[in-house]
Design a protein around this ligand. Structure first.
Ligand SMILES: [Zn+2]
Length: 146
């Protein structure tokens, strides 16, 4: 409402996170099995977060920081934990380079309107991304010299 439609992603994810009903995008039926797998790995993290934190705490962290809209650190960390899983799953299915290729897309999710300018600090997101990719690369072994 506040962001004039830019928040469709937030509202659907919000439903997954708070009510435990798995959200799938409109394009679900057109997605490949691999893409569905990557998406489910992300959403599974949210379901585990609910189990870990409990509905009340999860709702508080995810919903209350909606005000102020621009600095929702708790929501940002909840989403980041799930995006780390997105990177792991993407690296497993499509390779490490494909995971690295998600940087711009994921960064926009955090600094843009889709989640209400959840954590509008691109350099912080880059740092989180670098840390996550270091782990992903370690899991996949260092690149071999040719
Ligand atoms: Zn999410």
């Amino acid at each position: 409402m506040i962001t004039l439609g830019g928040q469709r992603v937030y509202l659907t994810r919000y439903h997954t996170v708070l009510f435990g009903t798995l959200w799938v995008p409109d394009a679900w039926d057109a997605m490949t099995d691999d893409d569905k797998y990557v998406l489910l790995r992300h959403e599974r993290v949210h379901l585990r977060q609910r189990a870990r934190m409990g509905d009340a705490a999860m709702s508080f962290v995810y919903l209350v920081p909606f005000f102020p809209l621009f600095l929702a650190y708790g929501r940002a960390r909840i989403e980041w934990e799930a995006y780390v899983e997105t990177l792991r799953a993407t690296a497993e299915v499509y390779g490490v380079d494909a995971a690295e290729g998600l940087r711009g897309h994921i960064k926009r999710r955090f600094v843009g309107p889709e989640y209400g300018w959840m954590w509008p600090f691109p350099r912080a997101i880059d740092r989180w991304f670098d840390e996550a990719m270091a782990d992903v690369r370690a899991e996949h072994g260092a690149p071999r010299p040719r």
